[in-house]
Design a protein around this ligand. Structure first.
Ligand SMILES: [Zn+2]
Length: 111
């Protein structure tokens, strides 16, 4: 992926694609910059360090943050989009772990 415009467009396409696949009707909004995170309510965004973060799902605002600079390949973006959508479909009740990873793998294999 050459530049951030390309990455942003690809991320948007991926979110639309997997929302279709998973029949998600209330599509999450996408944000890419720390300044956009700062627009979210303080209680929701908490106190996370964003530098090493690949992505984050904010359930109350229904927003997915994707840190583009931590993604070098299309595959990495796909993994992050699916990961955040698993948070969404599970309403953030499924913790990270084997079950979570199996869900991600399952969705990846649907393509
Ligand atoms: Zn996560």
């Amino acid at each position: 992926m050459k530049n951030s415009v390309e990455k942003r467009q690809l991320t948007l396409r991926l979110v639309n694609h997997y929302c279709d696949l998973l029949e998600i009707k209330d599509r999450p909004d996408l944000i890419f910059y720390k300044k956009d995170i700062l627009q979210l309510p303080r209680e929701e965004r908490g106190n996370i360090t964003y530098k090493r973060l690949c992505g984050c799902y904010y359930i109350d605002s229904n927003v997915i943050y994707v840190n583009l600079s931590n993604h070098k390949t299309r595959k990495q973006l796909i993994d992050t989009v699916i990961h955040e959508l698993v948070h969404k479909v599970s309403e953030c009740t499924l913790p990270h772990g084997v079950m979570f990873d199996n869900m991600v793998k399952l969705i990846s294999s649907l393509d």
